[in-house]
Ligand binder design. Structure first.
Ligand SMILES: *Cc1c(COP(=O)(O)O)cnc(C)c1O
Length: 423
């Protein structure tokens, strides 16, 4: 079964026609396919099962920030996945979804003291450490708590990921990770510290990668660093290779998962460490869409605008990264295509989903799907313009679950107060 497919001229999520979801739950709404997510997870697992021996199978820690709904995380938990979290909030989500603490990796450049204390108390599997002051802070808090902190040092391999500047993370000149020399110094510091347990290295070079080359280069550098640290007497038990595997939004040809696993077998497996992965986008992007309705058609002298009821606050990727999302009418009207600018209702020029996109005829009230929105879609949504958050709907065969209710204006206003002295 395909996550989203056309049946008799009507776009479906698995067995459910989208007009039915729109009718019952309104628009805009995120719609996810459980089967699509399961297939993506199985695809990655299968590539490694084929390529690596059974005892060397990686721990797959789903990068929750891509889609952190607890129902999605529960689906991941049921397939044996761990989680990569970047905040105390995400850690609580992963735990709420029954992902055990010993499968949760804590990443991020700005871990607060409180987040570190909570993660220690919960028995987190490892902190991926990004700076010397962070390592010192973890050491101090671990000593105070009387708990030994498992730490992996995030190594910045300084490779060009060939992806959008706002999602590249493995260059020397961005805020992520530690350079080679710094890793050696800090690893030795951690090894000599009573409250730190240096368990290995981690890296994450960027997102939406469609070529193996940056991985090949980065894995090679990680292997060299592992050998150098071991030569200094350090013990490296885990190698966390990060995430970043890309998907098809438009016409990208994604890298082959078997080739990726082959690279891991050739470069990382011989190092005899526990292999860990942190995929986010790969596991959820193609299994989600944003279902919207056409509010207005607006024709100016030279442009045809399609104004949707979804805006950049609901799906931020086009405004943030100039990202492409396929725009698909749920029911295709017959007739010639014409170039349309697909925009939202938010008062920003950046609130544009697509420019000059050829689309078949549309009318007010028509349903339109913004495809491939399962990753960094709802997770980045905001209430900008005081627009309530959209609901999230999970379809599984012919089953429908509202895994997050639509927000309301009361929700937004309830945390605000007018000081008495303004009255
Ligand atoms: C965002 C992130 C990931 C996931 O990246 P994807 O491109 O979604 O696979 C993995 N690890 C870290 C540390 C991240 O920040």
């Amino acid at each position: 079964m395909s996550a989203f497919s056309d049946k008799n001229g009507v776009l479906h999520a698995e067995d459910i026609p989208l007009p039915r979801l729109a009718g019952e739950y309104g628009t805009p709404a995120y719609v996810y396919s459980a089967d699509g997510i399961r297939k993506a997870v199985r695809g990655l697992q299968a590539a490694f099962e084929k390529t690596l021996p059974a005892p060397a199978q990686p721990l797959i820690a789903f990068a929750c920030k891509a889609n952190s709904n607890i129902a999605v995380l529960k689906l991941m938990a049921g397939m044996g996945l761990g989680a990569d979290v970047v905040s105390g909030g995400e850690m609580e989500r992963a735990l709420a979804a029954t992902i055990p603490a010993n499968r949760i990796v804590y990443s991020g450049v700005g871990k607060s003291a409180r987040e570190i204390r909570d993660a220690l108390e919960r028995g987190i599997y490892q902190f991926n450490v990004e700076s010397a002051p962070e390592l010192e802070r973890i050491a101090t808090l671990a000593a105070a708590a009387g708990t030994i902190a498992p730490v992996a040092l995030r190594f910045n391999p300084d490779v060009e990921a060939g992806t959008h500047a706002k999602i590249t993370t493995g260059r020397e000149d961005n805020k992520f990770g530690l350079p080679y020399g710094e890793v050696k110094r800090l690893y030795a510091f951690a090894a000599g510290h009573a409250w730190l347990n240096p368990v290995g290295l981690s890296m994450h070079i960027g997102s939406q990668l469609t070529s193996l080359l940056p991985y090949r280069e980065a894995f090679g550098r990680m292997a060299a660093l592992t050998k150098a640290l071991r030569a200094d007497g350090m013990s490296i038990g885990r190698l966390d290779l990060g995430g970043g595997i890309g998907v098809t939004y438009q016409d990208e040809s994604p890298l082959s998962l078997e080739d990726y696993a082959g690279l891991v077998r050739d470069i990382i497996l011989p190092l005899d460490a526990r292999i860990m992965l942190e995929p986010g986008r790969l596991l959820v992007a193609e299994s989600g869409m944003l279902l919207t309705r056409v509010e207005y058609l607006k024709q100016t002298d030279n442009r045809r605008y399609v104004i949707l009821d979804a805006g950049m606050n609901d799906l931020m990727r086009p405004a943030l990264y100039d990202a492409w999302h396929t725009v698909r009418p749920v029911i295709r009207r017959p007739g010639e295509t014409s170039a349309c600018d697909i925009v939202g209702p938010v008062c920003e020029t950046g609130d544009t989903f697509a420019l000059g996109r050829p689309l078949p005829p549309l009318e007010e009230g028509d349903l339109v799907a913004l495809m491939t929105a399962g990753a960094y879609g709802f997770a980045m949504a905001s209430t900008y313009n005081t627009r309530p958050l959209p609901p999230e709907i999970l379809v599984d065969g012919d089953r429908i679950a509202i895994i997050r209710q639509r927000g309301s204006v009361q929700d937004i206003l309830k945390d605000e107060t007018i000081p008495a002295w303004l009255d």
